[in-house]
Design a protein around this ligand. Structure first.
Ligand SMILES: Nc1ncnc2c1ncn2[C@@H]1O[C@H](COP(=O)(O)OP(=O)(O)OP(=O)(O)O)[C@@H](O)[C@H]1O
Ligand SMILES: [Mg+2]
Length: 687
């Protein structure tokens, strides 16, 4: 074993610096955070060549006293904490006292700073941790730091940097996040002599989001504002229609610090479950504010990870905040964009100068081919039964209740559909009737959401919610079987104006797939299968839990060791769905209760659930019953191309238009869209 020696101070410095400064964007993060802590109102970041050769940060913060400048560059020198106790309530971005020392160890730095109360400021030059110059100078109040030749003395680190353009992009993303976390500060970002980003600093997160992500994306954002158990969650979440292919636009701040948190991410995505296309991800800018002594920010030198003392309340707060916002925003309808011929605003001119077009239109109009609608769009590939979908389903296949039948659960097209006992229940949509006497409210929080039965189709929309008694429901019940919240969520009635009764006139059906309705001055188009699928799904979910019945004949089932283990480990989910088991010796379970809506044998259901639990990824276990219900709902819903009575179409349209919860099918496809009078008239040059 070679001799053990104490490292040189300079080598130790380089090693320590390596933990804080990974790349140019780490320098920007640390120095801008210092400017924020210094109370700056304006921060300018300027870089050249991806920041590797040049970075400059200018702020109008409190400045550093001339004689304190060398101290600021010493490791463990900070003005932000004093004692160990201060570590439990950190409200500043920095506190470790090592960022400036770390940058100084691996770069050439020139700093100029002046406090507003001083006549003269100071200039300080430090290279590779060695002081080079320190002198008085005249400069504006605030601090300017210039970093040149980053990693000039650590070639190994330099070698691992990406191209200038990529490093510049990392910096841009860092500046964006800092700007979003502090909308009250005006940020300016200059890249290779070009000003590429500027936020106003007017305190509005939306205006910062517009500057960062662009107006179109910002306009699609749904505001989030919610408190639960002392945790405030505010900001914006993307509309389910504007989902992304990756998680890159999920931005979480905790007490204004940008963090990466799987808890927050999971809560966000859980809130979008069943309203977003599979494989897509929501975007968000969420600020989570909680007591500083309930988080530990001292986890990593880069300070981008934090530990929550209690994860679950944070999960709950984010989940309910987003869920609530989505429910409240659900009546936004995606508008169809009608494209006008660009060059000719005046249609007369357009046709005059394009006589060919008139001829072509005249020839083709009478022969518009009737294109068959896509046949395979009803279920996602893994659950769809292509045969069943392409063929119109007779009005007899219904999801019934009561009888338990033996249906194979292990085929690829798992069939949970009971053969009709009450054929009208699922397929025949009843006519609008009298308003229900006491519809239930499902409280997500803050606002009141009306939960209705299938039987209530079309009858609830116009009724004032003011006189309807509140029934508090388990908050998560509105979406999924995983009861996340341990405490009931505050149920508050919002004094909203009574919605006006809208007149819904079904004009007809397009391709036997889309219902066309006139609603006020809008043309609404509804995908009848997607809409009915969602209605069935919600109904099944409700029944699934509420119809759990004790079995008179307690069935025993022998499982494999792995199946038994899976059921045992995730029994929480199984139980929440109304299936009750007693775990006996020798891998035997006794089935004591089962939702009566399940129309297969209890042993088959339990075996299937065990297998699904074994195979699903950990984070998907909670979604397991949703998947089963998706399949059931999809199969029992009206299909595209089915012949549907106009009365049924009218009832379905009324139910959909008036119930905000029916905006996406359980697989996340939109249920309806609209075309406004304005858009149509604009297109035809009538407006
Ligand atoms: N732009 C600035 N304006 C005013 N003071 C500053 C500025 N930058 C740094 N300082 C002072 O220099 C000190 C050292 O900064 P440094 O970034 O090294 O440590 P820190 O911010 O306290 O903690 P951390 O290492 O976690 O960032 C700060 O505590 C602060 O007092
Ligand atoms: Mg700092």
């Amino acid at each position: 074993m070679p001799e053990i020696r104490l490292l040189d101070k300079s080598v130790a410095e380089l090693i320590a610096a390596g933990e804080v400064i990974e790349r140019p964007s780490s320098v920007i993060k640390e120095l801008v955070e210092n400017s924020i802590d210094a109370g700056a109102r304006h921060i300018t970041v300027e870089i050249k060549h991806g920041g590797i050769s040049y970075m400059r940060i200018t702020d109008d913060g409190c400045g550093i006293a001339y004689e304190q400048m060398p101290t600021a560059f010493l490791r463990h020198a900070t003005s932000k904490i004093r004692t160990g106790d201060d570590l439990t309530g950190i409200m500043t971005m920095g506190f470790r006292g090592e960022a400036l020392a770390s940058v100084a160890a691996v770069a050439k730095i020139e700093m100029m700073s002046r406090r507003a109360e001083d006549e003269l400021g100071g200039r300080y030059v430090i290279e590779g941790s060695e002081e080079k110059e320190h002198e008085c100078c005249g400069c504006p109040a605030g601090t300017t730091i210039m970093i040149k030749e980053l990693f000039y003395n650590t070639p190994a680190r330099l070698k691992f940097l990406k191209k200038d353009i990529s490093e510049g992009n990392f910096i841009a993303a860092t500046v964006d996040r800092l700007a979003l976390s502090h909308p009250d500060i005006s940020f300016k970002f200059i890249r290779d002599n070009k000003s590429v980003r500027m936020t106003s600093g007017d305190g509005s997160l939306l205006s910062a989001a517009k500057a960062v992500f662009g107006r179109q994306f910002a306009d699609s954002l749904i505001p989030v504002d919610f408190s639960l158990n002392g945790i405030d969650v505010s900001g914006y979440a993307s509309s389910p229609l504007f989902c992304r292919n990756s998680r890159s636009m999920q931005t979480f701040f905790v007490n204004t610090r940008y963090i990466k948190s799987t808890t927050c991410m999971a809560a966000l995505e859980e809130a979008y479950r069943n309203s977003m296309m599979v494989g897509k991800f929501p975007a968000c800018i969420l600020e989570i504010t909680l007591a500083p002594d309930t988080i530990d920010v001292n986890v990593h030198p880069a300070k981008t990870e934090i530990r929550f003392a209690y994860e679950k309340p944070v999960f709950d707060a984010v989940y309910f905040a987003v869920k609530n916002a989505l429910v409240n925003a659900a009546d936004d309808r995606r508008q169809i964009e009608l494209e006008k011929p660009k060059k000719y605003d005046n249609a007369g001119d357009y046709f005059k100068s394009n006589p060919e077009i008139i001829k072509r239109e005249q020839q083709t109009l009478p022969h518009i081919p009737v294109t068959p609608a896509p046949v395979n769009n009803e279920c996602p590939a893994e659950t769809a039964d292509p045969e069943e979908i392409s063929e119109p389903v007779k009005a007899k296949t219904i999801y019934g209740s009561g009888q338990v039948r033996s249906v194979s659960l292990h085929s690829s097209h798992t069939d949970y559909i009971a053969r009709a006992e009450k054929p009208q229940e699922a397929y025949d949509i009843p006519l609008p009737e009298e308003p229900p006497t006491a519809p239930a409210f499902t409280a997500v929080s803050g606002k009141v959401v009306v939960a209705v039965d299938d039987d209530d189709i079309g009858s609830i929309c116009a009724e004032s919610t003011d006189d309807i008694p509140l029934r508090e429901a388990p908050p998560i019940k509105d979406d999924g079987f995983k009861f996340i919240n341990t405490q009931p969520v505050r149920v508050e009635k919002i004094n909203e104006p009574t919605p006006e009764k809208v007149n819904i006139r079904v004009i007809g059906e397009f391709l036997r797939t889309y219902i066309l309705c006139e609603v006020g001055e809008e043309l609404i188009i509804i995908d009848k299968h997607a809409a009915h699928e969602r209605i069935r799904f919600e109904k099944l979910k409700e029944e699934f839990i509420t119809t759990s019945q004790l079995l008179i004949d307690k069935t025993e089932l022998k499982l494999s060791a792995a199946e038994y283990e899976a059921l045992h480990e995730y029994y929480e989910y199984v139980e929440q769905s109304g299936i009750e088991l007693v775990f006996c010796d020798d891998c035997i379970v006794q089935i004591t209760a089962m939702p009566s809506v399940i129309s297969c044998s209890p042993t088959e259901i339990v075996t299937d659930v065990a297998r699904r639990l074994m195979n699903a990824a950990t984070e998907q276990k909670g979604a397991l019953f949703d998947d089963m219900l998706h399949t059931m709902a999809c199969k029992s819903a009206i299909k595209a191309h089915d012949k549907t009575d106009i009365v049924e179409l009218q009832a379905l349209a009324e139910r959909v238009i008036n119930d905000k919860t029916i905006r996406f099918c359980p697989h996340g496809r939109p249920v309806m869209t609209s075309l406004s009078k304005y858009k149509i008239e604009h297109f035809f040059n009538r407006s």
